[in-house]
Design a protein around this ligand. Structure first.
Ligand code: ADP
Length: 666
């Protein structure tokens, strides 16, 4: 075994590789960019070297720097993880020339599979089934269009050098073909510097089923069964599982053998994945081979009880595979959900932000979390926005899926938008529960997976109100102790302001909706007037934002975090972002009568939809204010004529600033 290896990657996969190395007694060398100086993978390794600025091409893709660190640190081998240099044949060769072991297949195998077209030609020869299509050299648009006609629409245009769904276009009719071809070629040229494409029959409602293969340098090749990765957005995976639901033994064996044949056809060594696309009849076709460890390898580890990184290291040191085919068995069922910083409701737009709070389900035999970030870390624009992989296992699919749902509900991240709620909806969907997955799943069930936005529940509002009340109470008590006169009437908190019947009205903005909670002070609790009715409420608030609530005798745990005026509440699976707002102090209600609108909080004007003289109707959007990374639309409170507008897009405004004025138009 190696004494020391370099991990040429970052994030969760670097941490995951380091974990196996630790158990094997192999020392690890991390490399990091300037943006990652405090990243988790830097701490996870025995030593860490700075390799350059944040941009990947200057750091994680900088072959010379990485090889230089390998040489200087005395690392004998390099594990590339996935992404970055993992499928770069030139890097695999450069390692060889530098006398460092590349923990991956031979450069020739990477090259053979690097082009989807060339890979298909090899697979055709090896007798591996292919999707009907054209993967030849004649790239003239007329020829490609003729091929598409012959295959029959819909067809899929794919970049030969493709990956990550780039340079891929579905075409439904001849009329759309030329335009789609141009677009695919442009995208391919800019992403891969190569505009060669192939044309395939577009399969309707197919499944993505891939097989994990492993080979050593002594001629042994096995497969470790399949993974179903059909749940995808933008042709990229979000939930994977093993084994594939509903796959018969016969089919499993056929796919396994085809995958092994594919690996053998290119003299494969190490971990690889053969991706198949499967039609509704269960017929499967080769799609491509990934010559590295896949993101979703943990589901295979769970069902086989094997550590694939340990297998990779053993093979890379020249050892034989730890097991033969007939020793490998499937045990139980595993799911992986990829938790991304992204906004599912806005077409899965990647999000950024600093993780202020991260609560994860407890890890154990049934739950595994692979992550490379922790509280305080920033999800930046430089790298992949994946926060964590949540992996669960149980004896059967139904039990494993229940574990996935429970774990997703316990996965709470505050500070950036995540897809955790969306994943929980997928995991709860009746069609998914039945195992009815195909690559169009998200599109097909769009309506139920993206329910209309609801307002904060009474529980969420109770948590927000209790947080505010208990915080004021605590601050007053601290003030009282500090003042030396704990009994001074100025330090009382029952009612905030001395008012006759001891109540206080709290306002929370949920989106654009102002939700009101009236809190009446009692000796032993608060009576909260909530949208759904009254509730006797009390609670204990910890310094870390943990709130133990008692609502009409029911105990519940909540988390509340405050960032300026923004409150994030988490009760059960409900995560809410509310803005604490006091319309009186912001002057809004007073101003409304005067006919002008003021900024409810400091921020920046994002858009102005009206100008002086415009007639507006009650409810019309007037302008958009961005504050605390959220956008608020300021709307007309009544019909009228815009009198004047004081700001333009890009302007900063302070809280209470007059934004515009409306006259009644009489
Ligand atoms: P990339 O390497 O860019 O990720 P793949 O060839 O792996 O591209 O395909 C990505 C996804 O696109 C597949 O998982 C599948 O959902 C879809 N796809 C690929 N080929 C076809 C096809 N012939 N018909 C229908 N869908 C396809």
């Amino acid at each position: 075994m190696f004494d020391k290896i370099l991990i040429a990657n970052r994030g969760e996969i670097a941490c995951r590789i380091a974990r196996t190395c630790r158990t094997l007694g192999v020392k690890t060398v991390a490399v990091y960019s300037e943006a990652d100086a405090h990243a988790m993978h830097v701490r996870a390794c025995d030593e860490a070297w700075l390799i350059g600025p944040a941009a990947a091409r200057d750091s994680y893709l900088n072959m010379e720097r990485i090889l230089d660190v390998a040489r200087r640190s005395g690392a004998r081998a390099i594990h590339p993880g996935y992404g970055f240099l993992s499928e770069n044949a030139r890097f695999a060769r450069a390692c060889e020339e530098a006398g460092v072991v590349f923990i991956g297949p031979p450069a020739s195998a990477i090259e053979a599979m690097g082009s989807k077209s060339a890979a298909k030609a090899i697979m055709e020869k090896a007798g591996v089934p292919l999707v009907p299509g054209y993967h030849g050299q004649d790239q003239s648009p007329d020829h490609l269009a003729a091929v598409a006609d012959e295959i029959g629409y819909p067809v899929l245009i794919k970049a030969s050098a493709g990956g990550g769904g780039k340079g891929m276009r579905r075409v439904d009719s001849r009329a759309e073909f030329r335009e789609a071809l141009d677009a695919a070629k442009r995208e391919a040229a800019s992403a891969f510097g190569d505009d060669q494409v192939l044309i395939e029959k577009y399969l309707l409602e197919p499944r993505h089923v891939e097989v994990q293969v492993f080979a050593d340098s002594h001629g042994n090749t096995v497969h470790l069964f399949e993974r179903d990765c059909s749940v995808q957005r933008r042709h990229q995976k979000v939930i994977e599982e093993a084994p594939a639901p509903g796959l018969g033994t016969h089919q499993r064996e056929a796919m396994g053998s085809a995958a092994v044949a594919a690996a053998k056809a290119i003299g494969y060594v190490g971990a690889g994945t053969v991706e198949f696309i499967m039609d509704a009849r269960g017929d499967f076709y080769f799609m491509e081979m990934n010559t590295r460890l896949q993101v979703e390898h943990p589901v295979t580890e769970y069902i086989t009880g094997q550590d694939l990184v340990a297998w990779q290291l053993q093979v890379a040191t020249g050892g034989t595979l730890p097991m033969e085919q007939n020793q490998l068995r499937i045990q139980g069922h595993a799911f992986e959900a990829r938790i991304y910083a992204e906004d599912a409701a806005r077409d899965f737009l990647p999000a950024t932000g600093t993780i202020r709070h991260m609560r994860t389900p407890a890890e154990g035999p049934h739950v595994r979390i692979d992550t490379g970030v922790r509280e305080g870390d920033t999800i930046s624009v430089h790298y992949d926005p994946m926060i964590a992989k949540l992996v669960v296992w149980d004896q059967d699919r139904t039990s494993a899926l229940k574990r996935l749902r429970d774990a997703l509900h316990q996965f709470i991240i505050v500070g950036t938008t995540t897809n955790a709620g969306f994943l929980a909806r997928v995991a709860s969907h009746p069609a998914f529960i039945e195992g009815g997955v195909d690559t169009g799943f998200i599109e097909k069930y769009r309506d139920s997976l993206f329910p209309p936005v609801s307002l904060a529940s009474d529980h969420a509002l109770s948590a927000a109100a209790l947080f505010e009340l208990l915080t004021v109470d605590r601050e007053a008590k601290q003030r009282a102790v500090a003042s030396g006169d704990p009994w001074s009437p100025w330090n009382l908190t029952d009612g905030w302001r001395p008012n006759s019947d001891n109540f206080h009205t709290l306002h929370f903005l949920d989106g654009e909706q102002d939700l009101e909670v009236v809190a009446h002070y009692r000796d032993d609790c608060y009576i909260l007037e909530l949208p759904g009715g009254e509730c006797r409420a009390n609670g204990e608030l910890g310094d870390d934002g943990h709130l133990h609530m008692v609502l009409d005798g029911m105990h519940a745990d909540a988390w509340v975090l405050r960032d300026g005026q923004k409150l994030t509440t988490v009760v059960g699976a409900e995560l809410r972002e509310l803005v604490v707002h006091d319309p009186l102090s912001a002057g809004m209600e007073d101003e409304l009568r005067e006919g002008s609108l003021t900024a409810p909080m400091p921020g920046m004007i994002r858009a102005v939809h009206v100008k002086a003289g415009d007639a507006v109707k009650e409810g019309d959007a007037l302008l958009v204010l961005e504050a605390m990374k959220m956008e608020y639309t300021i709307r007309a409170f009544a019909d009228g004529i815009v009198d004047h507008v004081n700001y333009a897009p890009g302007d900063q405004v302070t809280e209470g600033a007059e934004l515009l004025a409306i006259s009644s138009g009489d």
